[in-house]
Design a protein around this ligand. Structure first.
Ligand SMILES: *Cc1c(COP(=O)(O)O)cnc(C)c1O
Length: 421
């Protein structure tokens, strides 16, 4: 559920007409709804209400905007970060270090040092060489790093190949079958305090079965590790729960269904549970608002050329992702159209042959469910400035990331002196 609704024939986000934002800020622009963020945090937390003090660490990579993070920090969420930059963003937004988890296969010594200085809750290690490096960094600082190993359970998450992370051929985690050896080696590293097990098998999961299979393996491993004398106190079950993109498709499992499965599978585990939801918190809380530049005749259907492009919203081009595309002020007529951006790539295509609201030059359209992996993946390809972002709360709204003037793109480069005269 989200708070983008039609009132008197025009789309509003909470109490603010989308057209008001487009006129004031220009397009393209990301628009986020505070009420939707609050709702999603509430629903996720409610699904886990039977658990004792779970740590819900928002996956910052899904939406790292400072205002979004500050909203989630106020609601008590922690952060799952995958870089030093994300760590600093989380801290700046008011997320305390005791709620921060650091994931990712390529943490550098500098990033490890930064995270140790802040005193984060847990490092999720993804290889034995990484464990050795972290131990050395921690020892050099006179500290012990709290760690879990992310295990690769070798389950097929049944999602797009580019967002599957839990198959043995993926780069993530340590092999499940070697986990006992890896943990034994980690116990001998004096800079580490081995406290947990972690898993994350992929994103946009629309079936609970692969998650349940992975969690079951985590449970068996916790038992084996404790029998081997490891003091396992945390289990991080990752993120990955899908959101509805296409209203004609069956709904993905709800946070309530997910929570019921988690409670059933983890019953009796002697650990604190941790979660890293990203998309399910922010996905439906954002839309990308864009204006139609012109409509051009096509061989089968007209091309609707909008002022948003693959540099603003990469998911369709990167993952073949489907976003609902709606007119902000629908005429009531529907027809097939190809929706494309202005970038000089055939991949700059949002939809082909899509049955949608008929729109004309100057009309506003909204790409729905764009709050996760949207603005965060934006780039400046074709020398297009980064997409601005707006946060709405009730009848208030604010620009939370301004559109940079195009000059900043040019000024960022410099001409070497041998070219300067
Ligand atoms: C991306 C990621 C997440 C969040 O995934 P969602 O599908 O957005 O919930 C959680 N944990 C890790 C380790 C990730 O890489």
């Amino acid at each position: 559920m989200d708070h983008f609704d039609y009132v008197d024939g025009t789309m509003r986000v909470e109490q603010v007409p989308m057209a008001v934002i487009a006129d004031a800020v220009g397009t393209p622009v990301y628009v986020y709804s505070t009420a939707t963020l609050e709702r999603h945090v509430g629903v996720f937390r409610e699904g886990l209400a039977a658990l004792d003090n779970p740590l819900i660490a928002f996956a910052v990579k899904a939406n790292p905007n400072a205002a979004v993070l500050a909203t989630l920090a106020k609601l008590g969420l922690g952060a799952d970060v995958v870089s030093g930059g994300e760590l600093l963003r989380a801290v700046a937004a008011g997320i305390t270090a005791d709620r921060i988890v650091f994931s990712g296969v390529g943490k550098t010594a500098e990033e490890m040092q930064l995270a140790l200085e802040h005193g984060i809750f847990q490092f999720n290690l993804e290889s034995e060489p990484e464990a050795e490096m972290l131990s050395q960094v921690a020892l050099s600082m006179g500290k012990r790093a709290p760690v879990a190993y992310r295990i690769n359970p070798d389950v097929d998450a049944g999602t797009h190949a580019k967002i599957s992370t839990g198959k043995s051929e993926n780069k993530f985690g340590i092999p499940y079958d070697r986990a006992l050896e890896s943990y034994a080696a980690a116990r001998d590293l004096p800079g580490l305090d081995v406290q947990g097990v972690a898993v994350h098998i992929g994103s946009q999961l629309t079936d609970l079965a692969p998650l349940e299979a992975a969690f079951t393996k985590v449970g068996a491993l916790i038992t084996a590790l404790r029998e081997a004398g490891h003091d396992i106190r945390t289990a991080d079950l990752g993120g990955g729960l899908g959101v509805p993109y296409d209203p004609s498709q069956p709904l993905p499992p709800s946070p309530a269904d997910y929570g019921a499965m988690v409670c059933r599978v983890t019953q009796g585990w002697p650990v604190r549970l941790m979660f890293e939801p990203g998309r399910v918190i922010v996905g439906n809380a954002g839309a990308l608002l864009s204006r139609v530049v012109r409509v051009k005749q096509g061989a089968k259907a007209p091309f609707v050329i909008v002022d948003a492009a693959m540099n603003d919203l990469l998911r369709p081009s990167l993952y073949d992702a489907w976003h609902d595309i709606r007119a902000v002020a629908p005429s009531g007529k529907q027809a097939a159209a190809n929706v494309v951006g202005p970038v000089c790539e055939t991949g700059d295509t949002f939809a082909m042959g899509r049955d949608m609201d008929v729109v004309e030059a100057g009309d506003l359209v909204a790409f729905m469910t764009a709050g996760a992996y949207g603005a965060t993946m934006a780039g400046t390809y074709n020398s297009r400035p980064l997409t601005p972002e707006v946060l709405v709360s009730g009848d208030r709204w604010a620009v939370v990331r301004a559109r940079p003037p195009i000059e900043t793109l040019i000024e960022g480069d410099s001409i070497p002196d041998w070219l300067a005269d």
